[in-house]
Design a binder for this molecule. Structure first.
Ligand code: HEM
Ligand SMILES: [Ca+2]
Ligand SMILES: [Ca+2]
Length: 311
């Protein structure tokens, strides 16, 4: 594989922690029942961790004045990310069963898999495990790795190509925008002074209702946001692709997928066939989740996903 997933395998913990995958699933389900959007967060967190250099849980490290580490969560690209505080609940359950055994990087892969299933997306995605955790943050590199919401399709495709993901996979993965929300600060440029001509007029009116002023603070305490998908906001389905065909793409990058000749055929095909969308996103999530893993003696298994282990 272009992204060298050597060292990962199915059920890596079958002997060292046989209940590991079951424990993650139980916790993801429990959290989903308490706060449905935790499942949404695991999907976005998977993207933001895996894309930034390696599938190594670098994203989960918190800023630490003692070591000078600055968290990737502090990057402008992480704007709007939420529910990190619940990672600890999953990790604690794993630590109680098998201390120091299951990496935070695998926790995130499994949580995203189970989150997708909770949201009615593909079920039982075969996630390989055996990743190790980073001991460094890539804070300074996040903007180089994660595309911006108004990037060109070319820029986006080349970012994903670096992980071995082609145009078809990208159109499937952005289908994750079939759940969750976008804050007005990422939208107002498409609505003011005039609504972008690519937006369906009725949808433009809805968006202006959600974001009534041209000014939107880049602050998540700013409660103004729009749902990615008004029809099935908590279901990971092909409504995203159907919406794109109707001019209801939320981010500029979303809408561009529907008109670029490299991506448009896949948008149409996924809009018409939810089964095809599910198969394609399942395979793409596996591939994305295996980007440049640390294995064997590399990195460590963090005991607390927020901090590098004490020496
Ligand atoms: C070109 C690539 C991408 C860009 C530019 C992008 C950008 C964004 C932006 C700007 C937001 C809204 C943040 C906010 O205002 O709160 C968002 C939300 C989200 N993104 Fe992406 N994204 C991309 C790809 C992906 C991928 C590959 C996934 C997962 C497979 C993903 C999953 C999500 C999810 C689930 C949300 C909703 C989060 C929530 O409601 O808490 N995105 N994305
Ligand atoms: Ca990473
Ligand atoms: Ca949906």
């Amino acid at each position: 594989a272009a992204n060298g997933s050597g060292g990962l395998r199915l059920n890596y913990y079958s002997e060292s922690c046989p209940r590991a995958e079951q424990i993650v699933k139980e916790q993801v389900r429990r959290l989903y029942e308490e706060h449905g959007n935790t499942a949404v967060s695991w999907l976005r967190a998977l993207f933001h961790d895996r894309t930034v250099k390696s599938c190594d849980a670098s994203l989960l490290l918190e800023t630490d004045a003692a070591t000078g580490l600055v968290s990737e969560q502090a990057s402008p690209r992480s704007f709007g990310m939420r529910n990190f505080k619940y990672v600890g609940a999953i990790k604690s359950a794993l630590e109680r069963e098998c201390p120091g055994t299951v990496s935070c990087a695998d926790l995130l892969a499994l949580a995203a898999r189970d989150g997708a299933a909770m949201l009615g997306g593909p079920a039982a995605i075969p996630m390989r495990t055996g990743r190790r955790d980073a001991t460094e943050s890539q804070y300074g590199e996040v903007e180089r790795y994660i595309p911006n919401h108004n990037d060109t399709v070319s820029a986006v495709l080349s970012r994903f190509a670096a992980m071995g993901l082609d145009a078809e996979a990208v159109v499937a993965l952005l289908g994750a925008h079939s759940v969750g929300r976008v804050h007005c600060s990422n939208l107002v440029a498409r609505m003011y002074p005039a609504v972008d001509g690519g937006i369906e007029p009725a949808y433009g009116a809805y968006l202006r209702g959600r974001c009534p002023t041209a000014e939107a603070r880049e602050d998540t305490r700013d409660v103004a946001y729009a749902r990615n998908d008004r029809a099935t906001p908590m279901v990971l389905d092909n409504m995203y692709h159907k919406n794109l065909l109707k001019g209801r793409g939320l981010l500029l990058v979303d809408q561009r997928l529907a008109s670029d000749p490299r991506t448009a055929p896949f948008v149409k095909k996924m809009a018409a066939d939810n089964g095809y969308f599910r198969e394609t996103i399942a395979a793409a999530l596996v591939r994305m989740s295996e980007n440049g893993p640390l294995t064997g003696g590399q990195g460590e298994v963090r005991r607390d996903c927020r901090f590098v282990n004490a020496k």
